[in-house]
Design a protein around this ligand. Structure first.
Ligand code: NAG
Ligand code: NAG
Ligand code: NAG
Ligand code: NAG
Ligand code: NAG
Ligand code: NAG
Length: 508
């Protein structure tokens, strides 16, 4: 069987490289913003996502998939294939006025795709720095860019703090006020697809939606089917999710119309957990956006493609956002030369054939700038006051201050359980609503979980398995020995768009 297949493969490869037809797949990567683990139809949500559900069900649902707890970090790892401890972006996000960016010392995913002959286009949120021209998407491997550079803004005015942040390549876009970004970005991504000439090159499209990050805004009609959700934020958020889902339906239609769909690998991912104060939810996971609990970093993700050997299944192999870099470059039959050492693994066989993951460990982060917590617990090893988390096989170790430790059920579940107290927005009768019961002494700064057995992080094993804690701490010590100093510069008053024509953009 193998022997028969291989000559055909070789023929296809040679034919592809001769320029007649490029058989390499198109890659379409859609990143949602602040999209919660609970908020997709197939996770049992009240929020309806028919397009996402269909794609995920036909493709491969990634159910042991990890991202970073906040925006810049996930995007930095997607674009670099490298952990934050190796790029200096381990602390917080890039704030608009900070002279900071994804370092220029290693090519981005887009650089590698372009080097491999792909047409490379980006639409949506960048959030990887823009203080100098060199950091803009069109100087980081993208042939074209349409979107915003900061982390959040108004969905209709495309303004942040009163200043415009919407760009068509290097030009500010003043004429799209009132055009809701999920619709605008879907339109722009569809335009890229329709204009793509597949006889010249395959397509790499990175669509980073603004949806469903705050501020909570959506055209009224998307909320209609959620009138029964009493919580206003949750209802608006549900509408935002539905609008994004519709956009993804439109995007896949465009790919079909353009004749690209049958040779496309479509990847969907969130950037981090949902923000419960902005309508998002990650139940039954613990914590939310920003925390090292699973609710912050156990992400929604799936792959759809006719090129998958095995389809329509749930994949439970450990996969991380840093893995997309080598996975996608591998699909493009590119080379990983010229990058600084990658922390990601090529996961195509894992996903396409349900093979075991090459990834045995996952460093969630080490953030030495984050406020320390408690007192050191173990002598001569990693300092447990430092905010860090590491996964080794089934085990996850958390040190320092992981963030708010609550399990927050979605408001609509609360509506069903308790109609009397829903007006306060506070969970009342739910078993998880008494947060006091869940707290250990406040100076606790080490937790150990078997995530495979206990994905909700309800059974801390750190007291019963001190030797496992020690082993994982020594792995953290090792990772800590490889860190580059975190870069978190002061905000620069010269960044103010007031000094640059009222538009956010490079100032150095
Ligand atoms: C804004 O201007 C661009 C470039 O001229 C054009 O393609 C686009 O259709 C305009 N948008 C609106 C809403 O008029
Ligand atoms: C999807 O396409 C329809 C039909 O063109 C359009 O009315 C709708 O606004 C689009 N939705 C999004 C989110 O782009
Ligand atoms: C990587 O290797 C390819 C093929 O040998 C070459 O064309 C390219 O310039 C190299 N890229 C880097 C960044 O070294
Ligand atoms: C982690 O590494 C830094 C140097 O990058 C060092 O200053 C610090 O002491 C190390 N922390 C621990 C707990 O080993
Ligand atoms: C955690 O967040 C919940 C929900 O906002 C809040 O009720 C609780 O007081 C917070 N706990 C701590 C320790 O801040
Ligand atoms: C974690 O829990 C799973 C499920 O109960 C079990 O199969 C596995 O052996 C456990 N892992 C370790 C390292 O104990």
């Amino acid at each position: 069987m193998q022997v028969l297949v291989q000559p055909i493969l070789v023929f296809v490869l040679l034919w592809g490289e001769s320029g007649a037809v490029d058989a390499r797949p198109n890659i379409v990567f859609v990143l949602a913003d602040d999209y919660g683990f609970h908020d997709i139809g197939y996770h049992g949500s009240r929020i309806r996502t028919p397009n996402l559900d269909k794609l995920a069900t036909e493709g491969v649902r990634l159910e042991n998939y990890y991202v970073q707890p906040i925006c810049t970090p996930t995007r930095s790892q997607l674009m670099s294939g490298r952990y934050q401890i190796h790029t200096g972006l381990q602390h917080s996000i890039i704030h608009p006025a900070q002279p900071n960016g994804l370092p220029l010392n290693s090519p981005t995913l887009a650089d590698k795709m372009k080097e491999g002959g792909y047409a490379t286009h980006m639409v949506g949120k960048w959030h990887l720095g823009f203080y100098k021209q060199e950091y803009l998407p069109t100087n980081r491997g993208f042939d074209s860019y349409y979107g915003y550079l900061t982390g959040a803004e108004d969905y209709l005015t495309h303004k942040r703090s009163g200043f415009l942040d919407l760009h068509d390549n290097l030009d500010p876009v003043f004429n799209e006020t009132g055009h809701y970004s999920a619709q605008l970005f879907t339109q722009k991504a569809s335009d890229v697809i329709m204009a793509h000439d597949s006889t010249k090159s395959p397509l790499f499209l990175y669509l980073a939606y603004q949806s469903v990050h705050g501020p909570l805004e959506v055209p009224e009609h998307y909320m209609e089917q959620y009138r029964d959700i009493k919580d206003t934020k949750r209802r608006t958020y549900a509408g935002m999710v539905t609008c994004m889902d519709e956009g993804i339906g439109n995007l896949t239609s465009a790919l079909k119309t353009a004749g690209l769909w049958d040779n496309t690998v479509f990847i969907f991912s969130t950037d981090n957990g949902g923000q419960i104060y902005e309508g998002g939810n990650n139940y039954p996971l613990r914590g939310w956006k920003g925390s090292l609990w699973e609710g912050g970093l156990h992400g929604v993700g799936f792959v759809h493609s006719p090129l998958l050997h095995k389809q329509g299944y749930v994949n439970r192999a450990l996969i991380h956002v840093s893995d997309w870099f080598p996975t996608i470059v591998g699909l493009a039959r590119g080379f990983l030369n010229g990058t600084l050492p990658l922390d990601g693994f090529d996961q195509w066989r894992t996903i396409s054939k349900d093979a075991p993951s090459p990834r045995k460990e996952l460093l969630h982060n080490i953030d030495i700038l984050y406020g320390r917590s408690g007192s050191p617990r173990y002598p001569d090893t990693f300092d447990t006051r430092i905010r860090a988390a590491l996964r080794v096989g089934d085990y996850k170790l958390i040190t320092g201050n992981p963030g708010n430790s609550s399990w927050i059920p979605p408001p609509e579940l609360q509506d069903l359980r308790d109609t009397t107290d829903a007006s306060t927005g506070k969970p009342a009768n739910h078993p998880d609503s008494d947060h006091r019961l869940l707290f250990r002494p406040s100076d606790q700064n080490v937790w150990l979980f078997n995530i495979t057995a206990d994905p909700e992080e309800r059974h801390d094993l750190s007291d019963s398995l001190p030797e496992v804690v020690q082993q994982l701490l020594s792995r953290l010590l090792y990772y800590n020995s490889t860190v580059v100093p975190p870069r978190f510069p002061k905000e620069d008053p010269n960044a103010s768009p007031g000094k640059h024509g009222g538009v956010w953009g490079p100032w150095e």
